[in-house]
Design a protein around this ligand. Structure first.
Ligand SMILES: [Zn+2]
Length: 276
């Protein structure tokens, strides 16, 4: 999830000083990221290297320029400290393990060191990398790409949980692709699990099937950087009228032969992951 907040609503220069209880005892600087924590996080920790590599993955696959806008990542050692901070500073936020906040002057991620910290940080930091370059990215695409890039590198964007949910929903005739519907969503509170899953599938469809589809997505993101976002569905259905039908075919192929959508670099990355 990500939440857009305006400086005005935060009361002047509140963000220029460190709010109490922020976990800043330790910090590690990595290119665009500064990772703060309230415990010692080794500089060469695998998770930190992973976040650095993520930037190259995101900008490379989406053909986006690298931004020098800094992203602050705050990691609390325990959920208790994290929740206390949330209650004091973001009392209206929903109960999530991690979140991304964009203000006029800052891109920040908050989380705690739990079992799913790697996935959570990849998801939220991906929002940071995207917003640093495409601040007006449509919600569905923002979430779809974050769900895609939160997968560990060897998984090549294959989000098993979403895959299973979509297959089941499709079998039960409870879901059909509807990109125009996703494009109407403006707030994360309107996005349910199935909308996250479909957004992920579109991201996977664009990035892992044909060079032409990848190009459509890259061109669209370039447009979003300079113009208010127009619906992607209109342009897509013009060049590929059966895109939604093809998305279902892609879903089924992904279940039956996932290896078709991995390249050699992914396989190598998966093997390296297993060795670690
Ligand atoms: Zn998100």
């Amino acid at each position: 999830m990500w939440l857009l907040m305006l400086m005005a609503s935060l009361g002047g220069c509140r963000w220029f000083t460190v709010p109490p209880h922020l976990p800043v005892a330790s910090s590690v600087a990595l290119d665009e990221l500064i990772v703060y924590s309230d415990f010692e996080l080794p500089e060469n920790h695998r998770l930190l290297r992973d976040l650095e590599l993520l930037r190259a993955d995101v900008t490379g696959q989406l053909s986006m320029p690298v931004s020098d806008e800094q992203i602050q990542v705050y990691v609390f050692k325990t959920p208790k400290r994290y929740k206390k901070f949330l209650r004091e500073h973001f009392p209206n936020f929903p109960d999530r393990r991690a979140f991304f906040v964009e203000t006029d002057t800052r891109l920040s991620v908050y989380s705690y060191w739990g079992d799913r910290i790697a996935e959570d940080l990849r998801h939220e930091v991906c929002h940071g990398y995207l917003h640093a370059v495409v601040p007006e990215i449509p919600l569905w695409l923002d979430e779809g790409l974050a769900e895609y890039f939160e997968c560990s590198r060897g998984d090549a964007g294959l989000n098993e949980m979403h895959l299973e949910q979509l297959l089941e929903a499709q079998d039960d005739r409870e879901w059909q692709p509807d990109l125009a519907h996703l494009e109407q969503l403006e707030n994360v509170s309107e996005m349910h699990q199935i909308e996250y899953a479909e957004s992920w599938l579109w991201a996977h469809f664009f990035l892992r099937t044909t060079p032409a589809r990848k190009q459509i997505l890259q061109d669209y993101l370039t447009q979003c950087r300079t113009h208010p976002a127009r619906p992607l569905s209109k342009g897509l259905l013009k060049v590929e009228p059966d895109a939604e039908k093809n998305l279902i075919a892609h879903l089924k192929m992904l279940k039956e032969t996932p290896s078709l959508f991995q390249d050699q670099a992914d396989v190598k990355s998966l093997e390296t992951d297993r060795l670690k």
